[in-house]
Design a protein around this ligand. Sequence first.
Ligand SMILES: NC(=O)c1ccc[n+]([C@@H]2O[C@H](COP(=O)([O-])OP(=O)(O)OC[C@H]3O[C@@H](n4cnc5c(N)ncnc54)[C@H](O)[C@@H]3O)[C@@H](O)[C@H]2O)c1
Length: 320
Amino acid sequence: MRPEIKGSTVLVTGGAGFIGSHLVDRLLDMEAKEVVIIDNLFLGSEDNLREAISRGAILYRDDAEFSTSLEYIFERHSIDIVFNCATKALNYSFMNPSNSFETNTKVVLNLLELQRKKVFSTLCHFSTSEVYGTAVYEPMDEKHPRNPTTLYAAGKAAADLAVETYVRMYDLDAFIIRPFNNYGPRQNHKGELAGVIPLTVYRVLNDIPLEIHGDGNQSRDFIYVTDTVEAILAVYGKLEKGESVNISTHNQVCIKEVIETIADAMGYQGEILRKPARGSDVYCHNASNDKLMGMISYNLTPFSEGLKKSIDWYVEVIKG
Ligand SMILES: NC(=O)c1ccc[n+]([C@@H]2O[C@H](COP(=O)([O-])OP(=O)(O)OC[C@H]3O[C@@H](n4cnc5c(N)ncnc54)[C@H](O)[C@@H]3O)[C@@H](O)[C@H]2O)c1
């Protein structure tokens, strides 16, 4: 039997990041006994957890790629459930492909080894739509071939295989959730690793010209971050061991439209520069959420509403 969230001790790797910190908030709402976070603050921040820490969440600023860093946390806390969110943003794989791959594989292998030794009960592993690569058929369901185009995605695809194989070999209670493109408050807006929405808001506020790579028609299935978290917690008790599920909206928005909508909403009058397409950019991400919809019912935030909430949040945070 999979332990319920309520009353369990839960570890969130990468819990100071974008999705992880929203997950931490919800785990506290659901009365988890203890919520523990390991995050090396590569991209995450303590600010994302300010409220959670005031509610009792415990943050270890440490690196989950080292098995010993995880081991001492497991010695100090009797952990039942792990949500594995730790990763380094996709764009980092264009700078340091090897370490991007390593982070995505080492952390999960460390966790699977601990689980194999029965140190904890249940693993919810975060995959990504990036493992599918550009669509071979649409919409992409969970059976779509995995065809990574970056070392980030290759590491994620390898991690999926590791989870599935450990389940087959050792009957572990591990399963995979596969989010598509998330947006919303707390996504990183600084530097080269920023997501397209926060980056665009940042540029408008700082009078930096906006940029579109390629023709701008590359599309993504954008899902509001708290919708993702709700869906994950709703399928938590339903997915079989070794199973995976897309977390998506079945809706596509192209990057050009996202950037132009933000520009309009913020009254941006400046230039929108055209940049060469990035070689490994996945062109089309049209997801099927049929499996998810067959398992749970969940309300999706309309893109226009989510985008407005996100812009408002970033304007407040960036202006300080
Ligand atoms: N954001 C999306 O659109 C999206 C889409 C699909 C899948 N995902 C997956 O969801 C998960 C969370 O993504 P996110 O968008 O919140 O990313 P994020 O970068 O905001 O969060 C990841 C966190 O992991 C931390 N981290 C990195 N390396 C670490 C290490 N070695 N040890 C401990 N912590 C480490 C970072 O500091 C960061 O806080 C990831 O597994 C990602 O692949 C995200």
